[in-house]
Design a protein around this ligand. Structure first.
Ligand SMILES: [Zn+2]
Length: 295
């Protein structure tokens, strides 16, 4: 068979482009332009029926709050916490950054005399250890509940003395009036000063994150908001659905054990615990999951 000159040139072009592509595969050259992991990706945080949830990705995680936000203010909050988590990776946490199938339940605003004990009863029944962020004022009112939290193996962190928006205070003033006194109260009750705290409303300035870290206090926020604090959307079904929808490896889940009626939080707990266990998740305290010292 005789090959024409045109065919020969055509074959040569194919061969040369083949060599070029082999040396510079498209996927590799384009990968540089792609984000490592876009925010709000479904890969780890989306619909729990999405099977990609169970894959083991090799990229490192970008910490972020998973909830889709319904108001502009909440969207700003979501962007702020993501920025702070990236800016202060050793001192400020939204989630654990490895891919272990572990999650941390956290309960704010306690203790109280009614709902915190109910939360503790459920956790005890299921042998789950959680983390409680307690205010100084409530610790003074219900010291026996603080001791019970500790006796039952849960971790304890400060949630400020009087639950203000810390951003309205300078770092030194916030430390003196809201943090240090609560650390002292906690030490009197549990024997040590916790190494981590949660700012009320998750709101804290960069200056405060740095200043508190210099005083051996890590800032802990969350990657999943149960919205159990929002009376417009905190039915048992809504709380449960939201947590299961956004669940991911290393999740820190925000819930509340005091303040107002927390019946729905208490009622949703068994469903959340049972379902997450069925999915293979283990429950850890904040210091266990983030590998922080307790004090
Ligand atoms: Zn709070």
């Amino acid at each position: 068979m005789k090959i024409s000159r045109t065919t020969l040139i055509f074959l040569l072009i194919i061969l040369i482009s083949g060599i070029f592509l082999f040396k510079n595969p498209v996927s590799q050259s384009r990968a540089k332009d792609l984000p490592q992991q876009p925010l709000d990706t479904n890969q780890h945080s989306g619909d729990p029926t999405d099977e990609s949830n169970s894959t083991s990705p090799v990229q490192s995680k970008i910490p972020h709050l998973r909830n889709r936000m319904q108001t502009a203010n909440l969207q700003i909050f979501k962007e702020t916490v993501a920025r702070q988590a990236l800016a202060f990776p050793k001192d400020y946490f939204l989630e654990a950054l490895d891919y272990d199938k572990e999650v941390a339940l956290t309960f704010d605003d306690g203790p109280d005399a009614i709902f915190t004990p109910q939360v503790l009863d459920v956790l005890k029944e299921y042998n789950v250890q959680a983390t409680f962020f307690l205010t100084g004022t409530n610790c003074k009112r219900y010291p026996e509940i603080v001791r019970r939290i500790q006796a039952e193996g849960h971790a304890i962190g400060s949630h400020s003395y009087s639950h203000p928006d810390l951003r309205k205070l300078a770092a030194v003033a916030a430390y003196k009036t809201e943090i240090l006194n609560t650390q002292t109260i906690l030490e009197g009750l549990i024997g040590y000063q916790p190494s981590f705290y949660r700012p009320p409303y998750g709101a804290v300035t960069d200056e405060q994150i740095i200043y508190f870290a210099q005083h051996d206090l890590k800032t802990i926020n969350w990657s999943i908001d149960s919205f159990d604090w929002d009376s417009k959307q905190n039915s048992v079904d809504e709380i449960t659905y939201r947590i299961l929808k956004y669940i991911h490896e290393g999740a820190i889940i925000l819930m509340h054990s005091a303040g107002v009626d927390r019946s729905n939080t208490v009622e949703s707990l068994p469903i959340i615990i049972e379902t997450l266990r069925e999915k293979g998740y283990q429950f850890k305290t904040i210091p266990e999951m983030l590998e922080l010292p307790q004090s």
